[in-house]
Write a protein that binds this ligand. Sequence first.
Ligand code: G1P
Ligand code: ZN
Length: 540
Amino acid sequence: MIKTVPTKPFEGQKPGTSGLRKKVSVFQQAYYAENFIQSIFDGLEGFKGKTLVIGGDGRYFNREVIQTTIRMAAANGFGRVLTAKGGLLSTPAASHLIRKSKAFGGIILSASHNPGGPDGDFGIKYNAGNGGPAPEKMTEQFFANTKKISSYKISDGADCNLDKLGTSKIEGMTIEVVDPVSDYQKLMETLFDFDAIKTLFKSGFRVRFDAMHAITGPYGHAILEGALGAPKGSVVNGTPLPDFGGHHPDPNLVHAKELYDLMMSASGPDFGAASDGDGDRNLIIGKNQFVTPSDSLALLAANAHLAPGYAKGLAGVARSMPTSCAVDRVAAKLGIKCFETPTGWKFFGNLLDAGMITLCGEESAGTGSNHVREKDGLWAVLLWLNILAKRQQSVVEIVREHWASYGRNYYSRHDYEEVDAEAANKMMVFLRDKLPNLKGEKAGALAVSAADDFAYHDIVDGSNTANQGIRIVFEDGSRVIYRLSGTGTAGATLRVYVEKYESKNLGLETQAALSDLIGFARGIAGIAERTGRMEPTVIT
Ligand code: G1P
Ligand code: ZN
């Protein structure tokens, strides 16, 4: 039976960069998830009888909200729900399933790389029919709906058996539980030279893929160890756990330190990689060579033609504004366009849909292509393996050759997490006011040549997005950028991005190469005085 349940709005159900993200305890309040899901459905038009994809990264509370979403989809008139065994779908696999099944859209339950478990985070995100995150216009509508919601619709039917593949019905709506991996694997087989990678593994090349007890475990086991024949044990932490084993499923040098240390040791494998909670991020480390996400994007752009899916070349590339300009140099050499977008994957969607770009990426360990409308962790790993198999060189050789021909963009991000939100906002206002007076200011010998608050004009849909980060550019192209995170769940997170280009000094230590700019960034913003923090909490 379909029930209409009266409810009242909650404060602050505002979707950020990647959906609504809050502590699990917030989502556990009665009607909290229901309100947001109904506000999404109320913001959509024309979905009656159509398909909705539902999946999540397996974090704590995943199953409960999947059942609720299925019941609400049935009550609101969807014709079919597609979900995967255990309700598990990586974000890129969900994006693919939406596209492949020509679904109306999808609901993805994840808080990405944020910790899980009862004390961790949870999240709900809507993806549109192109498989990508809802554009801003839509998320604003959802938010507006959360403020005036008075009831939601739900079926009181029985729970769906998520552990069995097959089809069932609720209120006349069909529910199909599919295998989470198989469609995604087929897509990867069309893009990459699986035979070449198999031969690479047969030759003794060793890989370690750390799934961080998150969603990519089953994908890694099936594709790397199964289809590609990497030795069993190449995939570690491969069983998804509701609390990610108590770890922070963020594939960076802090949270994947064990992998990093192994890769820097004599006994390490040839190639190390990791992915995050929902499988859209990637960490790439060669033997004795960490590859920054910004460099990885540039390297993948320069070598993508070695994979069958990109053999015809790239239409164009894009990077988020704070991502280093390394890929710009590759684009210039290839004679293709490089677009600069605000932070967040949704801005790439229009460019991908319009066929203007093929590859895109962010400094925050996200890389992807036109195969889906999300960033894709395992895809990046496979593209790297395809390139390594074809070039028959090590990661370090490939990286060094790249720097030798393009120069090196030294790059680092300094995060100040959980700072006082008011102080952080005040600092951004202060910096904004200071913009007109920054020209000529010096960081060491370098002078500021331009400063602005990044605004983006989307040439595909004509929309404008303002206030996307304070950007200070120096005469040699070096940059200092300040942004407040849109994905944190406690206080504010200040991100400071620092970049310096060197054409000749290719072997410096990164923080040392950036030290003048780092000092400048801290000084002019008064970070210590304003936030009480002498040092960032995380440096990547
Ligand atoms: C962060 C990253 C951004 C990424 C987003 C979702 O957002 O910086 O590049 O798209 O997570 O994975 P932020 O917290 O900076 O708003
Ligand atoms: Zn993620």
